[in-house]
Design a protein around this ligand. Sequence first.
Ligand SMILES: Cc1cc2nc3c(=O)[nH]c(=O)nc-3n(C[C@H](O)[C@H](O)[C@H](O)COP(=O)(O)OP(=O)(O)OC[C@H]3O[C@@H](n4cnc5c(N)ncnc54)[C@H](O)[C@@H]3O)c2cc1C
Length: 443
Amino acid sequence: MRIAIVGAGPTGLFTSIALARRGHDVTVVDRDPGPRPDGTWERAGVMQFHHPHAFRLQVVEALTAEMPEVLDTLVAVGAERVILPEPPHIALGLRCRRLTFEWVLRAAAEAEPGVVMLRGHADDVLAERGRAVGLRVDGQRLDADLVLDASGRAGRLGRGLRAPVDSRDCGLAYVSRQYRLRPGADFGPMSMPIAGVAFYPGYGVIAFPHDDGVFSALILRPGTDRSFAGLREVAVFEAAAAAVPLLATWTDPERAVPITGVLPGGRLYNSYCGQLDENGVVPLPGLVFVGDAVCTTNPSAGRGVTTSLLQVRALLALLEQDAADPESSTRAFDAWCTGNIRPWFEDHVVCDDGLAARWAGADVDLDRPLPSDLIGAAAEVDPSLMRVVGPYQAMQTLPGTLAEVEPRAHAIYAGGWRPPVPAGPTRDELAELVARHASASVG
Ligand SMILES: Cc1cc2nc3c(=O)[nH]c(=O)nc-3n(C[C@H](O)[C@H](O)[C@H](O)COP(=O)(O)OP(=O)(O)OC[C@H]3O[C@@H](n4cnc5c(N)ncnc54)[C@H](O)[C@@H]3O)c2cc1C
């Protein structure tokens, strides 16, 4: 088949290589010019590109299954496989900048026989006799037997065709900065194998180790609270990082030097948009949406590339079974996503609503089932919960499996226990520090 893919992000690139290796002729269309010869890459239009990314085990598994040499190259250029330090030493994921991940994946796609990378803007999906027959790219026709829309969370192509997107504000925003370790220095303390995390009522911080001695320091702030807007200034970010113990240790000038400015992030959404229109009909057989164009979730849980590549793997299997009937394979893919991807969207909506309420001062709501993050936290009191919580946290089981241990977690909270708050400034103290340093840097 001739397959046109819109979007050369992780979804489009991975899909293009996998499809070419199945004998298809693939053209990937993206407006982005790619990395510059000096290795820098702005990636306008993908606002998260330089923000911290953690890559879960499912991403490693997808690469291993479809393109193991890409994983080898990532490791060769400094990405690090994360393995549980204690027996049974299970693999957990990959430490890597998004820049490095995408740069290696893009180079592999460019070198793949059967993949053509076309720079341009996909203006429209072309339809004839009620089915997709290609794209209009910068006014030129590109014929295809199948069109995949991997245009990401900001993509607009063909959006009016589907039922309206179900979208909820995550209630938080990113402010991050990348640092490089000084020679001989190690990453700072990590409360989880993949990151150092400290959450306070009203904000949170995460330190993400990446490849080649680079790490990101992230401050998660309430999305609509203007008190933290000053964090985008270097002096203010540095003062805030120095005041929060976890980030103070990681960003200590003796340990590391900043290699980027402060990167502010836009509003974040949990969103889900299936393949069908409002009447439950495949709107344009031969056009399939995949990756962030289907689902986005609160990025601080690091699920986006995983949910994207899980979708691709399901789609590849369906296309192998039933490529001749685009309507039935699209319908089957939609059903698979409803069962396996939408639950992550729904889980995040509940967790984020609960977190926003608690960040605004509310106590744990014991009048309704606990959100997954609170069930997970309760394992600190009763480690036996990990039998169910662990596979959920690793995304090996769906959020619904937590129902089995919810009553036990509920009882723990009803007994008065609350997740401990680490040492560090309160939300009001941090907001006051931001205001003080912001006005100092203006004055
Ligand atoms: C702040 C933040 C942090 C994140 N952290 C993590 C993390 O730690 N771990 C994780 O797994 N996920 C994370 N994610 C999610 C992850 O970034 C996404 O899941 C991932 O980018 C999805 O890849 P994609 O290829 O579907 O879309 P994208 O990466 O958005 O790529 C879409 C591509 O389509 C192109 N495009 C769009 N429209 C057109 C058009 N009309 N014509 C031509 N080209 C077009 C764009 O230029 C872009 O290159 C994070 C997200 C955010 C917002």
